[in-house]
Design a protein around this ligand. Sequence first.
Ligand SMILES: *Cc1c(COP(=O)(O)O)cnc(C)c1O
Length: 401
Amino acid sequence: MSVISLPHRKNLDIDGSPAIPFFTQAATFAQLWPLVESGVHRVADNGKFSHGAQVAALERLLSDYTGAAHVVGVNSGTDALILLLRACGLGQGDGVVVPAFTFVATATSVVHAGGRPEFADIDPDTYQLCPESAERAITRDTRAVMPVHLFDRMAPMASFAALADSHGLTLVEDSAEAIGMWQDGRHAGLHGTGGVLSFFPSKTLGAIGDAGAVLTDDPDVAARVAALRHHGRPGPTMDDFPMIRTGSALAGINSKMDDIQAAILAAKLTVLEPDITRRAVLADAYTERLFGVPGIRRLPGPAGTGPGDRNVCYVYVIEVDDRDRLAAALTAAGIGTEVYYPVPLHLQPCFAGLGHRPGDFPHAEAACRHTIALPLYPDLDPARVDRVCAEITRFYTGAAS
Ligand SMILES: *Cc1c(COP(=O)(O)O)cnc(C)c1O
């Protein structure tokens, strides 16, 4: 793998430190700052600081990018999940099948929408929700199934569409990590009733604070989310929707997106495609160097797939022996790592009431014990991938690669 040149990212590793952080976007912002600044000035001049013109503009840009008929900007990916589930009509006690291996918000959002998470196991090769396990998790109360697109690929959506169809369930997607991912010609989040995006700073399209969005092709779901995010009122960014303009029809919350974050995201959207290409090149470099190293059990799959499909490496997660000692060795070498996710959801204290025990979802539990995420972000200098891989090789073989 030759070192790639990227004209859009000049100041790689801008802090000049020898350490390799798990995540930084300092160089990205150094490059984009003039564009960000003009957007922030527009917000200040306009005097409308949330739920204003920048948010509406970002919604249009994201609608063009994803092909979603409707994009509704909200305060976070978590709020997007809660409001999407509420807009789908989830009611008190309704079950939603979710994987046991994911970010906790996948399941807590079900709780906040009034429902009950029903956990299922993952496919041990892909870490995505397993359709067969999901089918076994269905009960009389189940109303919806919510696969998550985790790390570097999408869940098998044709299988979940068939499952939802045959059991009369609503299909929604936790696509918080999946901007830029397509399957069968559709962007993530658009394979059922709707999905979400998170713009948490470390996500593929990250703000410098919290923000999120709901994606849907369903005008009624979009109108309900648009009202729910703003105390049940239609807002100025949703003028196209035929909403009642006499008070709140729905008991909404305050989940308006900040216009400053929207302006920042619009600037970052201009480099999203080159960023995704760069992520793929860095991921391939890792895979090439780590393939066959003893102690490494599983590496991410390739980004390339069939026509109409594209995966994005949001985080580069490997499965290893002796995970915690490897993490400590990399920390000692100045290399940042993360464990997504150390505790499976069915064993987290907040879900103790559901009565699960260790062993219920063995693949999720094994993934929690054996996976570790390596640094991968557009600012990362490819030479640093070599250093990370050399440290890992040294850890498992005692020799540098
Ligand atoms: C990031 C993330 C969320 C939550 O998004 P926030 O914007 O942080 O609220 C939900 N689900 C998954 C799978 C995520 O990765």
